[in-house]
Design a protein around this ligand. Structure first.
Ligand SMILES: [Zn+2]
Ligand SMILES: [Zn+2]
Length: 577
């Protein structure tokens, strides 16, 4: 059932275009009285899409209604919430509201696209409601692995929604403020929250997520007595972790070297936004040579095994200035994200071969999650006491388990949402309002391409068996003027198989001969007979050449199948000389 906007004009709708049944690419829409607001516009990781590492949501639905889109509100600086603004904002051209830290980060990213002056960015005032009629929005601080993560209370005459964003209840988040639980409790006590749209990332983890503050003690114990170089790799965006590690380095008499462009950027942005105010000792990688190994801590990008990132370069001795050797230490202060295992284990292996000690979350307490485990979800529902829970930011197993927890915590109604599904939220309960188009686009260099479209299909074919290009020049009598040019790329080593080349040429000649006979072009009349019907000549020539191409294609593909055991992509170009 397609979403009928006329019928739903006065309904409060929640419609995610991304991030509903997955972890990543969050794009959420809320609707009332014909107006929309968007919460977050993030990217997702692409797995097994040739040439594409990153995905954005298909936003064609809201693009068609952009005159009714009032704003984009960004909850925090993580790429799965902010990362698609640089790719998709121009299609929407509406104001962006966010915190100072996220605004600084966004401007830095937009400058690469020469958009930093074009995008209309407003910094939210956390003490003042944002009025976007018919919505009023109050911002609540929740702890996460980055500071300034803002949950939204979206207030409407049809009911209020708590959109949590990414969060955990961390009593000691290291940087930034602690969660504003009391504000949530105030709404909950008055039964003023209709629905909670909430993070499910860790819904299958029991207990309470550990605190960034506890991690500080564990990491310090692992680092303080080490001799030699110490490296820590983590997610570049994890400002809390950078802070924790920089503090430990200082206390252990080590200078911090940032390795990797994205860490440099986040450090500069965070500093500009008022973090890292204390006098931490950061030095550039070129200054390493002035210090002994015992005086350095390298903080590097690439904890997911990214092939071009600093940690990989360190492991393969291809970093321009940083050299690790036997007995040095590399700590992976990060999660092994499902899908990245192969690349990460290759990296562990490369480090181990160099006899560098490797510590990971599998064997040591070196990482904490930024998302709520089951006890925190229970606490959130006890505080907010909503009528409806809509779990998002998780795969089906996470959102399903999350819904069960919400029910146990006293929430009467839960709703399993999916990308492209609009749910009507009202005191009568959640109800399917209809579906809109949703999907994925791949970031491919400077273009966005449909990952189920022609380009990717062709790329997969090429990836599987390469291409053969046959270019021939024929005369009026359909005779080859010269031997056909056969070029094989990623398919067959034709240049070292003269027999195959000759055989293909013979076959081509035979096919041409057969066709000439069929068309009665034999008596040196050739294509000239077409001249009688001048106006149609071009058209008929084209038709004849395309007929020849068709009959040649199936035969030549068969021949390649005999040569290679599979069929390459085949391109036949016939010129009339
Ligand atoms: Zn996040
Ligand atoms: Zn997220």
């Amino acid at each position: 059932m397609d979403l009928n906007l006329k019928q739903n004009k006065n309904n409060l709708l929640f419609l995610p275009l991304g991030g509903a049944n997955e972890i990543g690419m969050n794009v959420n829409l809320y609707h009332l009285d014909g107006k929309w607001i968007m919460v977050d516009l993030g990217v997702g990781f692409a797995y097994d899409v040739p040439g594409v590492d990153m995905l954005t949501a298909d936003i064609s639905f809201i693009k068609a209604h952009k005159k009714d889109l009032l704003a984009i509100i960004i909850t925090h600086i993580h790429e799965d919430h902010i990362g698609a603004v640089q790719y998709l904002w121009e299609e929407l051209r509406v104001p962006v509201y966010t915190t100072e830290l996220a605004a600084n980060f966004l401007r830095s990213k937009l400058s690469e696209f020469k958009l930093e002056k074009t995008v209309d960015i407003h910094i939210i005032n956390k003490n003042k409601e944002l009025a976007l009629d018919p919505f009023k929005i109050e911002f609540l601080g929740l702890t996460h692995s980055v500071p300034e993560m803002k949950a939204l209370i979206i207030k409407t005459p049809k009911g209020n929604i708590l959109h949590t964003g990414d969060w955990k209840f961390d009593p000691d988040p290291v940087v930034g403020e602690i969660s504003e639980k009391e504000k949530i409790r105030e709404y909950g006590d008055k039964n003023e929250i209709l629905a909670v749209v909430c993070d499910s990332t860790n819904a299958i983890s029991e207990g309470h997520s550990k605190s960034e503050g506890d991690l500080y003690h564990s990491l310090k114990l692992l680092i303080q007595d080490r001799k030699g170089l110490v490296g820590v790799t983590t997610f570049a965006s994890n400002i809390a972790r950078i802070h924790t590690i920089a503090r430990i380095a200082k206390e252990c008499g080590r200078k911090v070297v940032l390795a990797g462009w994205s860490l440099h950027r986040i450090y500069e942005v965070a500093k500009k936004s008022g973090y890292f105010g204390e006098s931490f000792d950061f030095i550039s990688d070129r200054e390493i040579k002035f210090f002994s190994k015992n005086e350095i801590l390298v903080l590097s990008t690439g904890c997911q095994g990214e092939p071009l990132a600093a940690t990989k370069k360190i492991a393969t001795d291809t970093h321009p200035t940083i050299r690790f050797s036997k007995g040095d230490l590399m700590i992976f202060s990060s999660k092994i994200i499902p899908g990245n295992e192969k690349k990460i284990f290759e990296l562990f292996d490369a480090l181990a071969k160099k006899q560098i000690d490797v510590l990971t979350e599998k064997d040591h307490f070196v990482h904490v999650s930024g998302h709520p485990s089951q006890d925190e979800l229970r606490e959130m529902y006890a505080l907010a006491r909503p009528q409806i829970a809509v779990p998002v930011h998780g795969e089906f197993i996470h959102t399903k388990t999350h819904a069960e927890i919400a029910k146990e915590a006293g929430v009467t109604q839960t709703f399993q949402i999916e990308n492209g599904l609009a749910v009507k939220l009202s005191h009568a309960g959640p109800e399917v309002a209809g579906f809109v188009k949703s999907g994925y686009f791949g970031v491919d260099g400077n273009q966005l391409i449909d990952i189920n479209g022609r380009i990717i299909k062709e790329r997969r074919k090429l990836e599987n068996a390469g291409i053969a290009i046959i270019s021939l020049m024929v005369n009026d009598s359909l005779e080859l003027i010269a031997n056909a040019r056969i070029t094989c790329i990623g398919s067959y080593d034709i240049d070292n198989d003269i027999d195959a080349k000759n055989f293909l040429n013979q076959e081509i000649k035979m096919i041409l001969k057969g066709k000439a006979k069929e068309l009665d072009l034999g008596k040196n009349i050739g294509f000239k007979f077409l001249k009688k019907k001048k106006q149609n000549r071009r058209l008929r020539e084209t038709k004849i050449l395309s007929d020849i191409e068709k009959s040649m294609r199936s035969r030549i593909l068969k021949l390649f199948e005999e040569l290679m055991g599979k069929r390459p992509v085949l391109e036949i170009i016939i010129h009339l000389g």
